[in-house]
Write a protein that binds this ligand. Sequence first.
Ligand code: ASP
Length: 328
Amino acid sequence: MKIKIKPLLLACATLFGVGTALQAHAQAFPDKPISMVVPFAAGGPTDVVARMIAIPMGKALGQTVLVENTVGAGGTIGGARVARAAPNGYTIFLHHMGMATAPALYRKLSFDPLKDFEYIGQVVDVPMTLLARKDFPANTFAELQTYVKANGNKVSLANAGLGAVSHLCGLLFQTQMAVELNTIPYKGTGPAMNDLLGGQVDLLCDQTTQTVPLIKEQRVKVYGVTSLTRLAALPNVPTLDEQGLKGFEVKVWHGMYAPKGTPAPVIEKINSAMRAALQDPMVKQRLADLSSDIPALDKQTPAGLKTFLEAEIKKWGPVIQKAGVYAD
Ligand code: ASP
């Protein structure tokens, strides 16, 4: 067999050249600000987490990490933006378990959570609280159950769109109550909370990263938490499980992602900065005050997130199909 030396040399030189360029890019990274895309409106719980970790991440990377809110369609508009972004590490994504529910909820999802991303790591697990506007007639969970059964869709329930965890929590609540409420979608639970505080909407199920301070200031009514044990920050708020919604648990996990093809050395640098941020004393204290748990170290890894996401997609698919909820 005659091997033509010249094309082989050319191929090796090209490969060597590409390899060197990738290495040079990874070594220089980051040499400009990084965009951390949040798929919900500013002020909401996802945005709170992003802005909390963006500062220590920026310090660790020596570059500014800018939080950018790309909203709509329960977080899938933001997902599509990141899936299409250049795989160079300058666009990363902070999203919650909506990455696992979207494939079952959206029949025409414009990205594939298991094919279009590199995985950086799990960031934080956040429980939820079931709330009402301050002057809502029901004062206890038992009164709320009676009221929603008697009034059905005269009661409005805010959420952040199909695929948001506020939507999922509301769906599980309605299914367990066997009622259908009037659901009002927002671009995030930040704006939804503004309307709850203003009395324009009746109920909202939202993450403690936004709701703990408002509950403590008694600016909203709270009926229960969606964890199976009471929260240290809200010791007097019973769980929904202990009030009769047996097994009602929604713990909102969050992951950090980059576009597929982002070089491994760049992913490693971002992962190291993410882990450093989660060790930052201010971040640890603030997340503890907001009843949010930092995942174990093995979950703060690319493999930890990828394995968990695969399991969550398998878990939530049948639950959502059973509820018969989807968007075309
Ligand atoms: N976590 C979303 C937000 O930050 C709300 C949601 O998913 O319901 O707005």
